[in-house]
Design a protein around this ligand. Structure first.
Ligand SMILES: *Cc1c(COP(=O)(O)O)cnc(C)c1O
Length: 445
């Protein structure tokens, strides 16, 4: 399989998967995409029951010709062997796919661990120390840190917006130490991302420090995120049985509702559907940031600065992966492709969390609450389809928002508790490329 930049419209500059994984962003500023989407059906997954097995089958065509192809099974088993429970929240018709059972209690663990497992195997003995740069709105940084922590040959530099992540997220980011360096930046997530893009775009600097990015623009994060949607689609198909077989009976593929910010996770779901697996309409659940709902509501795409909300990991005003989504649908009308977007403001997030235990026996993080809110709205409008919602983070990560609303403490999962028990060390950094360059040059002892 060959890969192209989204901006290489005439497809003149193919790269290998290995190069695309290593580079993160394409040299022309675009995002890497596969030359085509392989087509697969349920029958192709016979005997694949676990997430690593489904992932290996799904990703094999994407790894064709890569030096990593013979190791794909091993990579999937190392990185993706995490629990993925599907919790029924409406009898027989809605399920919550819980993606927060990894080491940092958010879905980003899957992708970060997969990317790290790939990059570690692409490394040769004489390679210089690689610097993985990551801008985070809260969860990516922790996941990438956990995935690369103490991996020989790598250091991680995390930038996060000061005051815009939860206290526990901030602690988690600073709690790794060793080869992980955390910086709180005086600015927004967009500022963090801009600084990192500037460094990556500086040819000399990028080669001197062997810079790479681990943001959701990285192909190495998009690919593994597809795996749990395939897994969920196949499992729901099996669990719901073959149907009665009555003529006229149609098994409706589940509608997906996905908390969305930078559009990495939700794009993965769209791609799995486009590859041929049984998934239905896809709804992006955003917070108050209006860019996507405006576009899918018929307006123009207009990127803008982000608005700070309770669902802070989705505080994105100009989702990077929109460019990729548009590329995949370049010959079709994106707005007529079974994709929808809805905003949920902070008041509705609060109400949904506060009523979660009473209505569904569940406690949700603010991001997951957006998805549940959209489900409730669709039900009110008469949508009777089976629905698969994505739970993106454990509520204990957002205790400062959640606990006052539900009136009691949230149990902290053991992996998160272990991180929170460690001391945290974070440096302050101005939001400029010069400041970060200078800090890189100083090095660490
Ligand atoms: C990152 C994140 C999101 C948004 O995911 P995208 O891939 O950026 O759309 C949603 N919820 C949580 C908890 C996150 O950490």
């Amino acid at each position: 399989m060959r890969y192209f930049s989204t901006r290489d419209t005439r497809q003149e500059w193919p790269v290998t998967l290995d190069a695309a994984l290593s580079a993160g962003l394409a040299a022309d500023g675009g995002l890497y995409v596969p030359e085509r989407l392989p087509q697969l059906g349920i029958a192709d997954f016979q005997g694949c029951l676990s997430l690593p097995e489904v992932a290996e089958r799904l990703l094999t065509p994407f790894f064709a010709g890569s030096s990593l192809a013979p190791k794909l099974g091993e990579i999937c088993r190392e990185a993706l062997d995490l629990p993925v429970p599907m919790v029924e929240i409406e009898a027989g018709r809605s399920w919550l796919l819980e993606l927060f059972h990894g080491p940092t209690a958010a879905f980003k663990d899957f992708a970060a661990r997969f990317l790290a497992a790939c990059l570690a195997r692409l490394r040769t003995r004489d390679d210089p120390l690689r610097t993985v740069l990551v801008a985070t709105s809260g969860d990516t940084g922790g996941a990438v840190a956990a995935a690369f922590h103490r991996r020989p040959g790598f250091q991680v530099v995390i930038l996060y917006p000061d005051g815009r992540v939860s206290a526990r997220q901030a602690h988690q980011l600073g709690a790794f130490g060793d080869n992980v360096h955390a910086f709180k930046v005086d600015g927004s997530f967009d500022d963090c991302q801009r600084v990192i893009k500037q460094l990556l775009g500086d040819r000399q600097l990028a080669s001197r420090y062997a810079l790479t990015s681990a943001n959701s623009i990285s192909l190495g994060r998009l690919l593994p995120q597809m795996a749990y949607y395939a897994y969920a689609a196949l499992k729901l198909g099996r669990d719901r049985g073959p149907g009665t077989g009555n003529p006229g009976e149609q098994r409706v593929a589940p509608t997906l509702i996905i908390p969305t910010g930078n559009l990495g996770n939700a794009l993965a779901a769209v791609l799995v559907r486009e590859m041929g697996l049984p998934l239905g309409e896809v709804h992006f659940a955003t917070n108050a940031n209006p860019t996507l709902s405006e576009f899918f509501g018929g307006g123009d795409y207009r990127g803008r600065p982000s608005i700070a909300t309770l669902a802070n990991a989705m505080d994105v005003g100009d989702p990077s992966n929109f460019e990729r989504l548009a590329w995949f649908f370049r010959n079709q009308d994106l707005r007529a492709s079974g994709i929808h977007a809805h905003r949920v403001d902070d008041a509705r997030i609060r109400a949904r969390i506060a009523e979660g235990e009473r209505d569904y026996g569940q406690i949700w993080c603010p991001h997951t609450a957006c998805a549940v809110e959209i489900m409730a709205t669709l039900r009110q409008q008469g949508d009777k389809s089976p629905m698969l919602l994505v739970a993106t983070a454990h509520p204990a990560k957002f205790d400062d928002v959640v606990e006052p609303l539900i009136g009691h403490a949230v149990d902290v999962p053991p992996a998160l508790a272990a991180l929170l028990a460690r001391p945290a060390e974070v440096e302050t950094l101005p939001a400029t490329a010069e400041a970060l360059t200078e800090r890189l040059q100083q090095g660490w002892i």
